[in-house]
Design a protein around this ligand. Sequence first.
Ligand code: FAD
Ligand code: UQ1
Length: 437
Amino acid sequence: MASRPQSCGKILVQLVRCYSSKGGKHYNVVIAGGGTGGCSVGARSCRTFGPGNVAIIEPAKHHYYQPMWTLVGAGIKKIDNSQRLMKEVLPQGCDHYVQRLQEIDPEKNTVILDNGEKLTYDYLVIGLGIQINLNKVEGLIEALKVDPNVCTNYVSDYVVKTYPAIQNFKGGNAIFTFPNTPIKCAGAPQKIMYLAEEYWAKHGVRDKTKVMYNSALGVIFGVKKYAERLLTVVERKNINLNLRESLTSVDPLKKTATFDLLDNKNGEKKTYTYDFLHVSPPMSAPDVLKNSTVPIVDASGFLDVNKYTCQHVKFPNIFGIGDCTNIPTSKTAAAVATQNKIVHRSMTEVMAGKAPTGGYEGYTSCPLITGYHSCILAEFGFDGVVLETFPIDQGKERRTMFHMKKDVMPQIYWQMLLKGYWGGPQPYRKIMHLGFV
Ligand code: FAD
Ligand code: UQ1
């Protein structure tokens, strides 16, 4: 039988492989990931280095403003408000590869994409985010698929389940979890709890409800000032705080959630029945970084960068931004806001043959929503040092901060941060030249 002519697609892939085996296309700057970090550094890079010199590798069709998902879960915003087509937010003038990054070879300044294509770079910026590992909790994927009472604000497909689950809740055990791994926005697991609690109080089911916050951590929040204020919220709302409990399995048929008791030396577990379950799933560094043939991560699996400059500790032409790095601060878009300015400055300094100035203090922020009209604006840096922007007590629950989170932040995100025009807020102490920051 005569062999069939090859399809155009196959020929194209072969051509690409042939081209790539000779080294592929070369860029001044390659950016891995088109999320908050990739877009913001990408926009700055395109402006500085010009069209055609910057490539972004990003497979997703949509870019999400993830900080809005807490509000989506509470019925305050719609998922569509948080979503844009990726091609609309990536900087104009950059080459967009709609592929997954498969492998980084930092010794050959080369990246390999899912389709086998290779790109070479002078400088590489890695902004791959943090990986959500739903499979690390037995039964969770099934439960999210089949049980309308199980939800998570951490995944675009499931955040839309949260508000209907809150609305349909008729009382019983409502459990909110925090996993035993690093996560992004460490406040998000409890923000949705405060919102749901207020909803249930307003709709007459609170009296029939036991609200539980089951967290693998030993504290409610990592910064003392805000932890103290949050404990008063927990007390006021009569929430049961179960610390050092880590979710290991969910059974949607029996409606049970089982937790490891982390301080129990005999490895004991505790099982609760649930009527509502909001899961903040285990997370990790992306596999593509952890599995890199040439090691580029630290023992925790996250990209090993200098915390002041965002420059890789071993490969000076590689920079890291955001959730995929081992920078010891809370993983947020607010942190990326300051980091994108630092990455761009470090990179241009290295290009000019200088040592990076650095200066990142670990700035990060978590608007801790405590209800439908209240928010504590936590802002801090390395070692939990408080770095507040406004000359007021930000530990207080305020309506103004709620509106900043709901109405102002999305504008700053879409119009400024993603376009590379937002390097984070300037604390009033700096603006007022008070000289202590
Ligand atoms: P991301 O924005 O997640 O981007 C990573 C990108 O890499 C993605 O586009 C992904 O598709 C891409 N990618 C992954 N793997 C590959 C691969 N192999 N090849 C190519 N591309 C790849 N932050 C705040 O500041 N304030 C808040 O109030 C807040 N609330 C939050 C609430 C929730 C529910 C969630 C989920 C997050 C919240 N955040 C908040 C955190 C914030 O969204 C993240 O910290 C921020 O988006 C991190 O940016 P990033 O660029 O590191 O990662
Ligand atoms: C911020 O810069 C930022 O990035 C756009 C966020 O992400 C959504 C935030 O949540 C916060 C609080 C900040 C910090 C900004 C100000 C004005 C305090």
